[in-house]
Design a protein around this ligand. Structure first.
Ligand SMILES: CCCCC/C=C\C/C=C\C/C=C\C/C=C\C/C=C\CCC(=O)O
Ligand SMILES: [Fe+2]
Length: 665
């Protein structure tokens, strides 16, 4: 018995309030009590109530709530419920948090377990038994609501939703986000720019013509895009820093034709010095090019070799646009000493290929689609009171919806890829299948990936420096939460929900990816922390690194054209007419600019890494871990700002103040 002060906190979203009345119960270890509280939750409001109870409830375990439907049935977004208990034997009132953070729909009774703190989670078996029944019922409902779907064979599984309207309400964009996204997509640039310009020009006459449609601060790209050091810089710190690797031998595909012995000598010398690098786009070899408005497009599968100069500049040494093919002449090698237009066209072909693998492999597959697999498995396998659910779920905000929109508008039949890229029309799906088939766990774990690519210890590799710092900061945060809730490796091994989650990702979501290094179980806290760090890193920092550069580097279309309308050159005789006939038409160029603007713009009302809106954990220990995470991010912010001050080209995509907590665009 005692006095109970109850606070009901309603979300501040449009439509978060409810016209229905709500009934509450308090459920303790010994008994439960129905509170005679009928109230109408108001948007963004905290409503307080006070009741004196005669029953001895014992330690509180749940709050139960039920929306009473009379005439109107709406959805109420409940943030959380807080209860302050003051009883005779207590020196001070005890504050207890019951997180919700979801839409309450229908008139069923919803159980909100007490927030997980170290003591709750480690609670003796008997009480866990009470929770056990709740958790099983909750997961049964979640598995009904969140189902896997095979959108296309050979790709990671997705959530089962034809359009965003089929998604569970808790995964939908809130009203402000939806209005912003749809507004930017439909009425902003697309219609205005496309309609006006596509009537003026059907194709370009000179490379400078592209300046008619460029805007923003891409001036530097317009001025420098033809320079070799600017070309090389992009493989270190541009829109796609995932292709470069240090050469350990001369690539077998690089057949040196007679008469090019000097080149062979230079390559071998750089190899010996350990400063030979490569970017190999063989994944594109044999992909069927698109046909856009009846006009055939063309694809290449280039290889470019670089040398790293002592001053940190990465300079291209040779470009091979197609791999050798038996029965065909040895493919020509393009050199910086070739006629300027010839060398420029070879670099443009490399950047067209880079845009395809960047957007499909690095951006869509290795961040968006991977985060969706983690999100669906989390909703299907981890109950709401599980500490790993509470750690991860803020990092999946809006991801199912943005990915579902990608499947209906971007990579769908007739979607953006079909309209503007030379991999569209089905080739883009084959690239996604090939990329999925070679997607390894190590390639998602950045310290492993960067070591495997030989990219450690390069002063001019700013992306590398910043991702390694972020990986360590996220790892420390994850380790803090895991060690609070798992006292040793055996706790991890014995956690059935957690082990099921791991198997669901590897065996189901990724279609049996254990042969690519993904785990089917966690044997230790260390293994668990590594995997969880990868999940959070993928959903925040890595997405930021491969998304934010789109506008900077792709708005000047010649720097990375989205399609190519003529075959790759096979001789050194290249004219301006050939280059212009190869470049995208006005429509494709405008759509490239509109899309890359849409997909890399700063999201209004974004939630930053480390600053989740939800408060799932309770207790001072969890709060301390989160505070330290925020301090670490703040230190890194200041480090990067200071470093950038001394740079001709600042690298800002991994400033913590620009990293969203989840993939929302
Ligand atoms: C040259 C244009 C390239 C566009 C970017 C290509 C791939 C981006 C990779 C991942 C993006 C993930 C999700 C985007 C989701 C929705 C955006 C799709 C279409 C919006 C415009 C529209 O609806 O028509
Ligand atoms: Fe994205």
């Amino acid at each position: 018995m005692g006095r109970y002060r109850v606070r009901v906190d309603t979300g501040n979203f449009v439509f978060a309030a409810s016209a229905n009345q709500v009934q509450l119960w308090l459920v303790g270890h010994h008994s439960e009590a129905k509170l005679g509280l009928w109230f109408h939750p108001a948007r963004g409001q905290m409503e307080d109530f006070e009741v004196d109870l005669k029953e001895d409830l014992g330690p509180l375990l749940f709050v139960k709530l039920q929306k009473i439907h009379l005439l109107l049935k709406d959805a109420w977004f409940c943030n959380h419920i807080t209860v302050w208990v003051s009883e005779k034997n207590m020196e001070e009132e005890q504050e207890i948090l019951f997180p919700c953070y979801r839409w309450v729909q229908g008139d069923g009774i919803i159980c909100l377990p007490v927030a997980t703190g170290k003591e709750t989670w480690m609670m003796e078996k008997e009480v866990q038994g009470l929770f056990q029944k709740h958790r099983e019922e909750e997961l049964e409902e979640r598995r009904r609501l969140y189902r896997w779907n095979t959108w296309r064979k050979g790709l990671p599984l997705t959530v089962d939703a034809m359009t965003e309207k089929d998604l569970p309400l808790d995964m939908r964009f809130h009203e402000d986000k939806k209005i912003d996204f749809v507004g930017a997509e439909v009425t902003g640039l697309m219609e205005v720019v496309l309609k006006r310009l596509s009537t003026l020009l059907s194709s370009w006459n000179s490379l400078d013509d592209f300046a008619q449609i460029v805007w923003g601060h891409q001036k530097r790209v317009c001025e420098s895009w033809k320079d070799d050091d600017f070309f090389g810089y992009q493989f270190l710190n541009g829109a796609n820093p995932t292709m470069l690797r240090r050469s350990t031998s001369l690539p077998t595909r690089l057949v040196i034709p007679p008469g090019a012995e000097e080149l062979q000598t230079q390559l071998e010398r750089k190899l010996q010095e350990g400063c030979l690098f490569e970017a190999d786009f063989s994944l594109l070899d044999g992909i069927q090019p698109n046909v856009i408005q009846g006009e055939r497009q063309y694809l290449a599968a280039p290889l470019v070799m670089f040398k790293m100069e002592p001053d940190g500049k990465l300079l291209p040494m040779v470009i091979q646009l197609q791999p050798p093919c038996s029965g065909s002449p040895v493919p020509p090698l393009f050199l910086p000493s070739d006629p300027s237009l010839t060398w420029l066209l070879a670099k443009i072909w490399v950047k067209n290929s880079d845009l395809q693998l960047h957007e499909l492999q690095a951006h869509l597959l290795k961040t968006h689609l991977m985060a969706e697999v983690f999100a669906v498995a989390t909703m299907r396998c981890l109950s709401g009171m599980h500490p790993i659910f509470k750690l991860l779920v803020p990092h999946f905000r809006y991801t199912m919806e943005i990915n579902t929109r990608a499947r209906t508008s971007l990579i769908s039949e007739g979607g953006i890829f079909d309209q503007v890229t030379n991999t569209g029309g089905g080739g883009h799906l084959d690239i996604l299948r090939r990329a999925t088939a070679c997607l390894t766990y190590r390639s998602l774990c950045l310290p492993n990936d960067l070591a495997d690519r030989g990219l450690l210890g390069i002063p001019s590799a700013l992306y590398v420096h910043d991702v390694l710092r972020l990986w360590d900061i996220i790892f420390r945060y994850v380790q803090g939460i895991v060690h609070l809730h798992y006292s040793g490796d055996k706790d991890v091994q014995d956690d059935s929900e957690l082990q099921a989650w791991c198997r669901e990702i590897t065996e189901i979501g990724l279609g049996g990816a254990q042969d690519r290094g993904f785990p089917v179980s966690f044997k230790s806290r260390a293994e668990l922390c590594h995997f969880l760090t990868m999940c959070i890193f993928t959903s925040s920092a890595q997405h930021s690194a491969v998304s934010q550069g789109q506008q900077d580097w792709y708005t000047w279309v010649p720097n990375a054209p989205d399609t190519m309308r003529q075959p790759p050159p096979t001789t050194k005789d290249v004219t301006l007419e050939m280059v212009m006939a190869t470049m995208p038409k006005v429509y494709q160029s405008c759509l490239q600019i509109a899309m890359t603007w849409l997909l890399s713009r700063v999201q209004p009302n974004r939630v930053l890494l480390g600053y989740p809106k939800e408060e799932y954990f309770s207790g001072p220990e969890s709060k301390a871990v989160l505070s330290r995470f925020q301090e670490d991010l703040d230190i890194l912010e200041r480090e990067i700002v200071a470093r950038n001050e001394g740079l001709d080209l600042p690298y800002e995509y991994l400033l913590p103040s620009r990293i969203e907590n989840s993939i929302t665009i």
